[in-house]
Design a protein around this ligand. Structure first.
Ligand code: ZN
Length: 106
């Protein structure tokens, strides 16, 4: 119960009301996501579509079966090459925006 004689808020109530740490954490998360989005947006459509196709259809274990996450677009390995070929094939038929919409429905 709050004391009417002082302005001191008991610790438990203050902790519930003080969300500054949560707000700070969420702003840091927003910053991290904005940077991730910026990197994604800066990629060419072939790479972005390959990433989306991989994220949607690859069911392999990414610890020891699929190396996609360990490769980069600067160092394209077998897995990225496989999905890049798929992306390029799709983009010969439909636009990037249409391809994204279709693949997200899978
Ligand atoms: Zn994979």
């Amino acid at each position: 119960m709050l004391s009417m004689k002082t302005n001191i808020i008991p610790f438990k109530i203050k902790k519930i009301m003080d969300t500054s740490d949560d707000i700070k954490r969420l702003y840091q998360e927003i910053g991290r996501l904005e940077l991730k989005q910026k990197k994604f947006d800066a990629q060419i459509n072939d790479f972005k579509l390959a990433d989306v196709i991989h994220a949607k259809v690859c069911k392999w274990n990414h610890s020891d079966c699929c190396a996609y996450e360990y490769q980069s677009w600067d160092n394209i390995g077998t897995e990225r090459s496989f999905y890049l070929d798929k992306a390029k094939s799709v983009l010969k038929i439909v636009s990037y925006d249409t391809a994204i919409k279709v693949i997200k429905c899978l």
